[in-house]
Design a protein. Structure first.
Length: 227
């Protein structure tokens, strides 16, 4: 019952937030309708970092326990991380076309996320190149941990070292949120709700993977007993 109420509450809050994005929140001068991109671009970038962090955590847990389930969790975390990195890139390019009159400008932030996409794309190439399950899990876990070391560097450090056309982050260097009150309400509502929703989706995906693993182990046990 509580789960049903939670789902309906999430749906209602999502509907209100989307309405706020397109109806209630004011547009910023010079951006016009493209102001609305920020309500999807920043959450996508945040979710990419969050899922890459989860992938690093599950990779560490695999190396600690040798439990293949953690390897599977790390894989789906990286899948979702790279999906949100692509979405952040796409929404950022839409914004760049309006402001800089070009979809791609090799700005430090654009270049950083492009390199991250290459790094995490190589993770899946590595997995597909290895057939032996334990070896694939071990090398993938090590690679995932090393890959995540680059995330703070490319997301938070590089764009602040070099001159960037990209506007200040949501929380600027003075520690202030440079947004009008209604924009702040809609932005943080969007950020929180998207985080909750996609973590829920991730949990569903994780449950599916766990069930598949349990079925597989049961079948292997039955096969072994028959022999």
């Amino acid at each position: 019952m509580l789960v049903k109420i939670g789902k309906w509450l999430l749906f209602i809050l999502f509907a209100l937030t989307i309405t706020g994005v397109f109806v209630w929140a004011p547009l910023r001068e010079g951006l016009g309708e493209f102001t609305r991109v920020i309500y999807f671009h920043v959450p996508a970038a945040w979710m990419a970092v969050l899922f890459f962090l989860l992938a690093a955590y599950y990779s560490y847990r695999y190396l600690q326990t040798k439990e293949l389930l953690f390897d599977a969790y790390a894989q789906i975390s990286n899948e979702m991380g790279i999906l949100f990195a692509v979405l952040a890139t796409a929404t950022g390019s839409i914004w760049a076309k309006q402001i800089w009159h070009s979809y791609w400008n090799w700005d430090p932030r654009e270049t950083s996320i492009f390199i991250l996409l290459l790094i995490y794309g190589a993770y899946f190439s590595l997995r597909s190149a290895l057939e032996q399950e334990d070896r694939r899990a071990r090398l993938s876990a090590v690679y995932s941990l090393l890959a995540f070391v680059t995330v703070p560097f490319f997301v938070f450090i590089v764009p602040r070292i070099y001159f960037s056309l990209h506007p200040d982050p949501v929380i600027n260097v003075q520690g202030k949120v440079n947004m009008e009150a209604r924009q702040r309400i809609v932005f943080f509502s969007s950020l929180i709700l998207q985080t909750v929703f996609f973590l829920w989706v991730f949990n569903i995906r994780r449950t599916q993977v766990k069930l598949k693993m349990m079925i597989r182990r049961y079948q292997e046990t039955q096969t072994f007993k028959e022999k």
